[in-house]
Each structure stands twice: as structure tokens, then as C-alpha cells.
Write a protein that binds this ligand. Structure first.
Ligand code: PMP
Length: 366
């Protein structure tokens, strides 16, 4: 046994670093202000907490593997056919399953230069080559995306709005992207932040899913619905893609507690309106305060903003300054934006705290 190298994982496993989420603790700080993971500002809806409590009494029972009641509730809420919905352990699970099922060794995935990191990680783990399209002012450039498509392309991923840039691509441009793709390429529209978008011409993806056979929309309960810790996402897709996801997902991928919480959160009276109102107001106020300090803030359609500190060292210094004040934001160096910090829109108190701390940073450091 000695000296034997032991079992080998596939090489692709070592082609990516482990994903590290936004931090939630700071040494020596009791009450951290956590603005690092784009979680909902108001926590879980009260009805969802109550539903988890009630569901806990039946936690010895396996959940309905097909999440029928949850799919029904999603269908009613968003006006979609429940048979064309699959629920997952966060939308991350569904994204990963799509990549494993439609991609694979020797094939390619196209994404935007500052697109969501999980696409790249899942693709590389599946042995795929990732092609990144350049952006224009941190907005996905459809022509650049199309230019990255080759005969080996199997999947194109676009988060709309995108994390970590916060920017949105108009519906007509997304339709143009779809029209420019070969029929055998799957276009995945990741609408994790859809609930926050106010633009009247916005479509999260359902229209394009209905228009053709090669588009999937993914959604999550982790943002406005306040259930990041429960792990709950869903996909709306053509029937053959639904079939593929149902074959590849774990049999009981959505827990009974998560499903109950999801159903309750969809039914929470006034929740979406309250969250949207707060987000709009607080995002505008925080953006204005940071800009007044001379910090560049990109326009956002989401529950976070991207603050450009001008250089990697200044961003790192600002991050350190915030940490000493118990505030955690997201360093987005892993997204090739080392000069930026991504700040989640929290409660008014949390937004005040980060605005004051950054104003202090600019006063002290210039
Ligand atoms: N897509 C995007 C663009 C995201 O920002 C996130 C959350 N960081 C996800 C997908 C994954 O969300 P979840 O797995 O919690 O549903």
C-alpha cells in the first residue's frame, strides 16, 4: 500500500478551483453586515418560515421526487405549464445538469466575458472548452457571443440580468442571439434576478422557450424569495429538455422543507411589491451616495451594484476598510473584475452602513 498513488479522479476535476461563495463570517465580529451573496434584503417570507416548521413534522417522509405541488404553484404564479418545469437543488443544479447532459468532452460552451462563474466551472469539469465573448461597457455583446460559436458549440449561457455586472440585454437582442444559433445548440437564459427587473420590455425567457426547441430558462428562489439556504431553483424548457433533466437529476433533489417554503413564498401577500419597492429605492440611493464620493457605479437591474474603485489595489484597500467595520461585500477578482466590488442591496440600515464606510474610505485614502 505504501507509495501507491491511490485512486485517480479525472484530470478535468483538477482544472478548476473549488467554488467559494460569498463569505458570511468575520473573525472577531459578532454582527456581520453581509452584502456578499445577493441574498434577499428581508430574509425569508414569514409564511415560508411557518411552512418549513409545519413540514418539519413530516421530515421522516421522502419528498415527492417530482415536486408536483411546487411545480403547480410556480405554474400558476408565472402562467406556465407545470409539465414543462423541473425543480432543482438551487438553479446551480439545473445549470450543471444541462452542461453534463448536452456538453461533454471535446465540445464547447459559449458565455460572456464576465458571465456567471458556475457555467465555466461546470463546463470544465465536464471536459469542455469555454469560449468567452468580449463585452461592451460590461454588457453582453450578442455579436461577440455569436462570433464564438463553432461547430463544437453545444451550449450558450447568458445570465440576464448578469451577475456580477448587473446589466441587462434587451429582449430583441436575446431574440437575435437565438435566431443566430444553430438548432442543435442549447441556449440557456439564466434569469436568477428576473424578479428585480422593472423594464417593461423585459422577458425572463419564457417567450423564447415557447418560440423554439432549443431555449431553456432557469430561475431561483435564492434572491427575492429569500430562500438561498433552502436551495431551490427551477427550469422552464421544451418537453425533450424536461425529459433529460428528469433523467439526470437526483431522485429527491428538492427536500420537502424547501418545496413547502417555495410554495409559501410564492403565496406571500405583497412580497414581490414590497421587495421591489425597497430594492428600487435603496439601490438608487446607494448608487447616488457612492457616485457622490467619486466612485463609479454601473447601472444595475438587480439587487446588487458593481462599484468600480479604479484599480485592483484601491478595491482591495476598500474591501479591507469595510471588513474592519464588519461589512462583507464581494470581491469579484474571480470574474476578471479585480478593480470592482459587488455590493448587495440590503436593508436601509445595511445600505447606510456600507455607504458611510465607503465615504470614510474615500476621505481617508482619496
Ligand atoms: N445564476 C446566477 C446569475 C446567480 O447569480 C446565482 C446565484 N449566485 C445562481 C444562478 C445560482 O442560484 P441558486 O443555485 O441559489 O439557485
Amino acid at each position: 500500500p505504501h507509495g501507491h498513488p491511490g485512486p485517480h479522479a479525472r484530470d478535468a476535476v483538477f482544472s478548476v478551483p473549488p467554488y467559494v461563495g460569498g463569505e458570511s463570517t468575520l473573525k472577531g465580529v459578532n454582527r456581520v453586515i453581509k452584502l456578499s451573496s445577493n441574498e434577499g434584503a428581508f430574509g425569508p417570507p414569514p409564511g415560508a418560515v411557518e411552512a418549513i416548521r409545519a413540514a418539519a413534522c413530516s421530515a421522516h417522509r421522502y419528498p415527492d421526487g417530482g415536486s408536483a405541488a411546487l411545480r403547480e404553484a410556480i405554474g400558476v404564479r408565472f402562467g406556465l405549464d407545470p409539465a414543462r418545469i423541473v425543480c432543482g437543488n438551487g438553479s446551480d443544479e439545473l445549470i450543471t445538469l444541462l452542461i453534463q447532459s448536452y456538453g461533454g468532452s471535446g465540445t464547447e460552451l459559449v458565455m460572456s466575458a464576465h458571465g456567471f462563474l458556475i457555467y465555466e466551472i461546470a463546463a470544465k469539469l465536464a471536459g469542455m472548452t469555454v469560449r468567452k465573448a468580449t463585452e461592451r461597457d460590461l454588457v453582453t455583446d450578442i455579436d461577440a457571443m455569436l462570433a464564438q460559436v463553432t461547430p463544437a458549440t453545444r451550449l450558450v449561457f447568458l445570465a440576464n440580468p448578469n451577475n456580477p455586472t448587473g446589466t441587462l440585454v434587451p429582449h430583441a437582442e436575446i431574440a437575435r442571439l437565438r435566431a443566430g444559433l444553430p438548432e442543435d445548440v442549447l441556449l440557456v437564459l439564466d434569469a436568477a434576478y428576473a424578479e428585480y427587473v422593472e423594464r417593461p420590455d423585459y422577458d425572463a425567457g419564457a417567450l423564447l422557450v415557447d418560440a423554439g426547441g432549443n431555449v431553456v430558462m432557469t430561475r431561483t428562489f435564492s434572491k427575492m424569495f429569500g430562500l438561498g439556504g433552502a436551495r431551490l431553483g427551477w427550469a422552464y424548457a421544451p418537453a425533450p429538455v424536461i425529459d433529460v433533466l428528469n433523467r439526470t437529476r437526483m431522485p429527491f433533489n428538492v427536500s420537502s422543507l424547501a418545496a413547502a417554503a417555495g410554495i409559501a413564498s410564492l403565496g406571500e401577500p405583497g412580497w414581490i411589491e414590497r421587495c421591489r419597492d425597497h430594492n428600487n429605492r435603496a439601490r438608487a440611493a446607494l448608487t447616488a451616495r457612492l457616485r457622490a464620493c467619486g466612485i463609479t457605479v454601473h447601472p444595475s437591474e438587480t439587487n446588487f451594484i458593481l462599484a468600480d474603485l479604479g484599480s485592483t489595489t484601491r478595491a482591495a484597500a476598500a474591501d479591507a476598510h469595510l471588513r474592519t467595520r464588519g461589512i462583507l461585500v464581494r470581491n469579484v477578482a474571480a470574474y476578471a473584475l479585480p478593480q470592482c466590488l459587488r455590493i448587495t442591496i440590503g436593508t436601509d440600515e445595511e445600505c447606510d452602513a456600507v455607504a458611510e464606510a465607503l465615504a470614510g474610505f474615500v476621505r481617508d485614502h482619496g
